[in-house]
Write a protein that binds this ligand. Sequence first.
Ligand SMILES: [Zn+2]
Ligand SMILES: [Zn+2]
Length: 155
Amino acid sequence: MTVTPAQLRALASRADALAAEVRELCLSAPAGTPEHDHLGAAWQARERLSAGAEDLRRAAGDLAALQARPCGMPWGVCPEHGNTLSTRAGISTCRVCRREWRHDRFGRPCEEPVTWKVIDRAGAETRMCDGHVLGARAAAAGATFVRLEQADAHP
Ligand SMILES: [Zn+2]
Ligand SMILES: [Zn+2]
């Protein structure tokens, strides 16, 4: 099973909700009553739940950063059109959208974020970006393409 940042964020929200419930319950004890004076441990629990929610959100961010690692295929592509780059005089241009990169993008390893997992017929797994998956779809008959969860930009 793959852990996703979204799962961690969902747990963080539940911890937040629990912390809020504990707070509400504690506040409902009238001041000056014996209950009110014996809720110290509950208040501490509320703080730990809030801290736990923070930690879970941090873990979600770490995981998202890991999953956003670069594609790393040995040649560059247009992120939208794939293997459509022409390079002349050190400038790479997409033949479809005419987007330009002022370096030999085709000659460098791909730095686009990994967004797909491709499993070929033999079961070998490769992770790659949107642009590279276009070429792989054309070339790899019988392969399985799995879209990876987008790293949420709002932690
Ligand atoms: Zn393009
Ligand atoms: Zn790529």
